[in-house]
Design a protein around this ligand. Structure first.
Ligand code: ABV
Length: 239
């Protein structure tokens, strides 16, 4: 998978060379290209923002650097749908990112992330980007960040680990929170007693059927307590 990131703070993404995603890049599974949006701003101060038409607080990102940057990383030649990139703009006004979104995006050959700052990006950039690929405005949740960088890093990590070969043991992907629509069951390791706290007996029983049933029940108990929204009848996946 190729991933292009456009940002005025490219060094934010240095952390993605660490650990699992760093190895995936070394192995050629992920081709991550982080670019400074100011490379496409050509005035003396390499300006990327300006005051909003109609007035209002803050600054808006100018369309010209975005247009040139998108032409370069998303290609301006017409291409069949399957070859066009998916262009993602993190935005608190976007659809909410979930494990399902991560699974969808992990099947794409080319992702482009446009990281906005200030009060937003000139709306015409989103319209223009739709000529180059499939545009999605995506939010991590109902809170506001200072820019799209941290949201983009979270999405790249969630998507990257679903690419075949990135996570060493693919079985570890299926037992996680959200993969079956429930929160994960609690985990324990040695010692069996720690600071007067015992590991639940059943986990030491060797009865694999009983352990599986107990874990399922724990998933339901936790999900009911912490995330009842996940159990809402109209949305819950069948289990
Ligand atoms: C993108 N907040 S995504 C740009 N939750 C600016 C703020 C922001 C995003 C999010």
């Amino acid at each position: 998978m190729r991933i292009d990131v456009l940002s005025i703070f490219p060094s934010y993404f240095d952390g993605l060379t660490l650990s699992l995603l760093g190895k995936a890049q070394d192995a050629g599974l992920i081709d991550l290209r982080v670019r400074d949006l100011r490379d496409w701003a050509f005035d003396r101060h390499r300006t990327v923002d300006d005051t909003p038409y109609g007035g209002g607080a803050g600054m808006v990102m100018k369309p010209e650097p975005w247009g040139l940057a998108l032409d370069e990383v998303a290609g301006s030649a017409p291409a069949p749908d399957a070859e066009r990139p998916t262009i993602i703009f993190p935005s608190p006004a976007g659809e909410v990112f979930t494990q399902k979104t991560a699974r969808q995006l992990a099947t794409r050959e080319h992702l482009v992330f446009g990281c906005g700052r200030y009060e937003g990006i000139d709306e015409r950039v989103f319209e223009y980007a739709a000529d180059l690929g499939e545009v999605r405005l995506i939010s991590l949740g109902d809170y506001v960040l200072n820019g799209g960088e941290v949201a983009t890093m979270a999405m790249i990590e969630a998507i990257g680990r679903l690419i075949p070969g990135v996570v060493g043991n693919p079985e570890s992907l299926v037992e996680e929170s959200h993969e079956d629509g429930l929160l994960e069951y609690p985990s324990y390791t040695k010692p069996a007693s720690w600071r007067e706290r015992a590991v639940p007996e059943i986990l030491l029983s060797g009865n694999h059927g009983a352990i599986a049933a107990w874990r399922r029940e724990q998933q339901l108990v936790r999900t009911r307590a912490r995330r009842p929204d996940l159990l809402a009848d109209d949305e819950a996946p069948s289990r």
